[in-house]
Design a protein around this ligand. Structure first.
Ligand code: UGA
Length: 437
């Protein structure tokens, strides 16, 4: 059991803090956002993440988890400091390290005993070294410290399960003492024989980017295959399935769609490309994946134009505004560009999302007409466009959809509707790589 402070209570910090408490550690989650901390102290979880409230409540009740807005005090009272602050995309695609550097300085100023500073935020290779330099520069006593890289692999929507039962834990250390402390922090997972990759700090930092970039490449690959499949009257699902049967490829992350979004893949692929560029290394594959992803938003709009060339004055229902299901996150959501594109073509757009509608309005489109249910959204619509594969949309009652719409036109950007049923009901439709089967 370790005394841990987690700095940053976004989705990574909160899930990690509550998860580390669940492993038996004593955890204090801290944030400079006093309002957020106050909410958390009252049991209010500021983000939508399935299972998180239960995890937080359970550990608060067991007195292993606390919240504070006093970051310096939380640091002074802890041996292990996890940094989980944001690293947004900077102007040239690089990760902006302002918050990470500020935390390192605060840690240095509160280094009242040996401490281990562990980075959970996604940071470019070399950041561990930078943190070391900052702490060494700003500390004002002889207390020792270690810096560790422990990237997270949490998926939004299933982050709690990903933390408690991970595929692997990656730990980058450069001292036996730091390794020993990290083994205690993750003792529960060591006992469970979770695969642990113990390596040096730059390798751990790169593993995170390599993993996300590789998954992004897979998605961009299958997205381009879906465009080709439509042009060649082939079925991308069968292609993906057959590819996935080859164990070297695997069927995961071969679902075509409007392109990846969220807070990770777009940012991390750009940051990796920037790092490589700065180091004079060519990364053609990652750069191509980024370009293909940008194009994919446009290729959904092309399908829409192909199906309904004249959109001016037409009512279009966009179902799904979150970048993926089970989250209220709209960062880099495909819906942003696609709604914009629809508007440019003169369409009268109405949106629906079970969780993310408010965020979408807040961050992108305050004027967007939002409906409370699918059925209100599609009422009298000339076209329905599906952009997020929410379960309730997977099970959409197609006869009722046809009845409610003014005209039965559908663009299924996630391939969740049955092509057979659409055909049988007389819908005009397009999807991603199964339009012409
Ligand atoms: C991703 C990674 O999956 C996590 O392992 C990682 O920890 C996280 O980024 C991060 O760096 O913090 P996340 O962004 O929550 O997690 O979501 P994913 O489920 O990976 O989906 C990312 C995007 O790819 C979504 O827009 C999704 O719709 C899209 N996607 C995913 C596809 O278009 N096709 C697929 O086959 C899979």
């Amino acid at each position: 059991m370790k005394r841990i402070c987690v700095i940053g209570t976004g989705y990574v910090g909160l899930v990690s803090g509550a998860g580390l408490a669940d492993f038996g550690n004593e955890v204090i989650c801290s944030d400079i956002d006093a309002e957020k901390i106050q909410q958390l102290q009252q049991g209010v979880i500021p983000i939508y993440e399935p299972g998180l409230k239960e995890l937080v409540d359970r550990n608060v009740k067991a007195k292993r988890l606390k919240f504070t807005a006093d970051v310096p005090e939380a640091i002074r009272n802890s041996e292990v400091i996890f940094t989980a602050v944001g690293t947004p995309m900077g102007q040239d695609g690089e990760a902006d390290l302002t918050a990470v550097e500020a935390v390192a300085k605060t840690v240095a100023q509160n280094l009242n005993s040996y401490k281990l500073i562990c980075t959970k935020s996604t940071v470019p290779v070399g950041t561990g070294e930078k943190i070391k330099r900052i702490i060494a520069t700003f500390k004002n006593n002889g207390n020792e410290f270690d810096v560790v890289s422990n990237p997270e692999f949490l998926r939004e929507g299933s982050a709690v399960g990903d933390f408690l039962i991970p595929d692997r834990v990656v730990i980058g250390v450069d001292s036996p003492r730091a390794e020993k402390v990290m083994r205690e922090v993750y003792r529960t997972l060591f006992i469970n024989e979770t695969p642990m990759v113990m390596t040096n700090i730059p390798t751990a930092e790169l593993i995170k980017y390599a993993s996300n970039a590789f998954l992004a490449v897979k998605i961009s690959f299958i997205n381009e295959m879906s465009n080709l499949a439509d042009a060649a009257c082939a079925d991308v699902h069968v292609i993906a399935k057959a590819m996935g049967l080859d164990g070297r490829i695997s069927s995961k992350f071969l679902h075509p769609g409007p392109g990846y979004g969220g807070s990770c893949f777009p940012k991390d692929t750009n940051a990796l490309a920037k790092t490589a560029n700065d180091l004079g290394i060519r990364m053609e594959v990652v750069n191509a994946a980024i370009r293909a992803n940008t194009n994919q938003r446009e290729s959904v709009l092309e399908r829409i134009r192909d199906l309904m060339p004249e959109l001016a004055g037409r009512r279009v229902a966009v179902l799904g505004l979150a970048f993926k299901p089970n989250t209220d996150d709209v960062r880099d959501t495909p819906a942003e560009e696609i709604v914009k594109g629809l508007r440019r073509m003169g369409a009268d757009v109405v949106g629906y999302d079970p969780i993310a509608a408010e965020n979408f309005k807040k961050y992108y489109d305050p004027e967007l007409e939002i409906k409370e249910s699918v059925w209100d959204a599609v009422e009298d619509a000339d076209l329905t466009v599906i952009l997020t594969e929410w379960n309730e949309l997977r099970g959409l009652d197609l006869p009722l959809l046809k009845e409610k719409m003014r005209q039965p036109f559908v663009v299924d950007g996630r391939n969740i509707l049955s092509v057979e049923e659409l055909k049988a009901l007389g819908f005009s439709y397009r999807n991603m790589g199964r339009s012409k089967i």
